[in-house]
Unconditional design. Structure first.
Length: 270
């Protein structure tokens, strides 16, 4: 399990003007698939990566870009279909795991800039999920994202990442018909680790509100029910948890295109 304290970084907001941008593309670059969203059109691509740990077309594994060339080709195909060949008037927003290292974030930015957009925004997946869930009251929010190869727990306070944990395990590690014991245990271990290092009680407040579940795991009642019972808290999810992150990134993109300025995310002081 990795945590924010394994390499704490400054949580920065984007406050740039995006003059001249009239179109855009939001991307969720996941370990098993990449989803793309365009304002006014919704999800326009859901590209499944190759199968097998070392199979072809696996540009991302365990949340890391491991084959930049293959990843660049895949993103170029998606951008061509969504935006056409000329993209000088477009902004691209991409979500990444909360604890993605600087190498992953820099590689993602380089790949996106090579597509020729007017600008690039790289956004962590927890705040994208929070944006999809709708405006908050600024109180603490616990986001649990259970994906194919990663499980993340992120505590947001006033729109900022207060704590985050990551386990390199997910739904693809389960055998067919196997109960989701490992995935649920990963969530519980991360939440308990947060609890032990939460002197201000923010996590308790987030649990009282109910954790927000995202990712493919949120579609499985055997996962959501076990988490709710073990945490003793109700769980919440958006109407389509598998696309929560890309839709949240898309909402951020839409705000950029409307106002020409990267918005304050849910709960962030304006």
């Amino acid at each position: 399990m990795r945590s924010l304290r394994d390499g704490r970084r400054q949580d920065r907001s984007v406050h740039r003007h995006f003059r001249g941008a009239t179109r855009g593309l939001a991307l969720d670059l996941g370990s098993s698939r990449t989803r793309a969203w365009v304002p006014g059109r919704g999800v326009v691509a859901d590209t499944v990566h190759g199968t097998g740990e070392h199979g072809p077309d696996r540009p991302v594994r365990r949340g890391r870009i491991v084959d930049p060339d293959a990843c660049g080709r895949m993103l170029a195909r998606i951008a061509d279909r969504a935006l056409g060949e000329r993209r000088e008037d477009a902004v691209i927003v991409l979500s990444h795991p909360v604890l993605a290292g600087p190498g992953h974030r820099d590689a993602a930015r380089d790949l996106l800039r090579a597509l020729g957009p007017s600008d690039v925004i790289v956004l962590d997946s927890a705040r994208a999920a929070a944006a999809c869930a709708g405006p908050g009251d600024g109180g603490p929010l616990l986001v649990l994202d259970i994906g194919a190869e990663l499980t993340e727990a992120t505590l947001l306070v006033d729109g900022l990442v207060r704590d985050a944990r990551l386990a390199e395990t997910g739904l693809s590690d389960l055998e067919p018909g196997e109960p989701p014991t490992a995935a649920v245990r990963a969530v519980l271990d991360m939440v308990m680790a947060m609890w032990r290092q939460d002197p201000h009680g923010a996590l308790l407040g987030a649990l009282r509100r109910g954790p927000l579940l995202a990712g493919g795991g949120a579609l499985r009642p055997d996962v959501t029910n076990r988490i709710a019972v073990r945490l003793g808290a109700p769980v919440r999810r958006t109407d389509d948890p598998a696309t929560t992150v890309v839709r949240g990134a898309g909402l951020v993109l839409s705000s950029v295109l409307r106002h020409g300025l990267a918005p304050a995310l849910p709960g962030r002081p304006r």
